[in-house]
Design a protein around this ligand. Structure first.
Ligand code: MN
Length: 329
């Protein structure tokens, strides 16, 4: 099993002035990092984190290796923050994939994600370390409510806030044809899993095309945040020549004509800055959260509007009838 091809895109989106995402494409190592913090601290944090990975001269070792890489990235962000008062409060997410002998090891902190597209289905491999994801898991919030929750950008784990970071690691046995996709929340907050699947399936032989389409979809949906996509495909040994392009860090893609679509003002959602919450803060919000409301379906809302319109029409028709009747008399 080998890496047949890979692609990556990183875009500022439409609401942010800077791109605080960064990524690593150094086969067999791939990663995305989504930085946060005031001024330019987010950019510094994600860049320090991906540099820690890129500096690492390669090597193997599965989960313990991925854990080591992320701990080193965390140390660099944490230490930089400790010695630079202007970057205090900075942090970054990090989602890593390391491919070794047909085994893909994933390491993950924060709300960036890893997906696997296999046999025409998409599977979210990572669990978001975010406030809304925790509220959903504890049954206090519905996934629909999470989409518009004012604290949807709060994450519960990040690199840089402590000398050690709690990292999720696991392995996936790869199959020929698998496409693994790493992305920042600027994609997943704008584009649903089904659309992600369609974009990948629609470009089976052109991962570059898939990555550009995903960025375009996120921008068309509002481009509220920086968007980063890194994907790679697994193939049988010798099936496809490996690509040679290697990009060690984020390269913002130039805006294309498609990214210039105008948006309806009503579609705009205010951009929310990412924050990190401690466990105590998460608990406080969870306790204050009311039980999930039954969300009225779109059909119900449309039906209500149609009924209201009909009622107005009937009243108007009655008035006209009465007026005509009055005139005729
Ligand atoms: Mn983000």
């Amino acid at each position: 099993m080998t890496i047949a091809r890979h692609a990556s895109r990183s875009d500022t989106g439409r609401k942010r002035r800077r791109n605080e995402d960064a990524y690593v494409v150094q086969p067999p190592l791939f990663a995305v990092a989504d930085g946060m913090g005031g001024a330019q601290a987010g950019e510094v944090a994600s860049r320090l984190a991906v540099e820690a990975l890129a500096d690492d001269g390669g090597g193997t070792g599965g989960e313990s290796r991925v854990l080591e890489l992320i701990q080193e990235a965390n140390r660099r962000v944490y230490e930089h923050q400790g010695s630079n008062s202007d970057t205090s409060g900075m942090g970054t997410t990090m989602t890593v994939a390391l491919v070794e002998d047909g085994i893909v090891t994933i390491g993950h902190v924060g709300d960036s994600r890893a997906y696997l597209v296999r046999d025409g289905a998409v599977d979210q491999l990572t669990e978001d370390h975010s406030l809304v994801a925790e509220l959903i898991r504890s049954g206090k919030l519905s996934p629909e409510e999470a989409e518009s929750h004012p604290q949807r950008s709060v994450i519960t784990r990040a690199l840089g806030s402590d000398p050690d970071v709690d990292v999720d690691t696991f392995t996936v046995e790869a199959q020929p044809g698998d496409v693994f996709l790493l992305c920042s929340d600027g994609l997943t907050s704008m584009v649903g899993d089904e659309a992600i699947l369609d974009a990948v399936e629609g470009h089976r032989d052109d991962l570059d095309g898939a990555a550009s389409e995903l960025v375009q979809l996120a921008n068309r949906a509002g481009g509220e945040d920086n968007i980063t996509v890194v994907c790679f495909e697994i193939a049988e040994e010798g099936a496809v020549a490996e690509e040679t392009a290697v990009l060690p860090a984020a390269v913002p893609a130039p805006a294309t004509a498609d990214d210039e679509d105008t948006l309806d003002e009503l579609d705009r959602v205010p951009a929310v800055d990412t924050q990190v919450f401690s466990a105590a803060e998460v608990k406080a919000v969870a306790d204050a959260q009311p039980a999930p409301k039954k969300r009225r379906s779109r059909q119900d809302q449309v039906a209500k509007r149609v009924l209201a319109t009909l009622l107005v029409l009937v009243v108007l028709a009655l008035i006209v009838l009465l007026a005509v009747w009055g005139l005729l008399r």
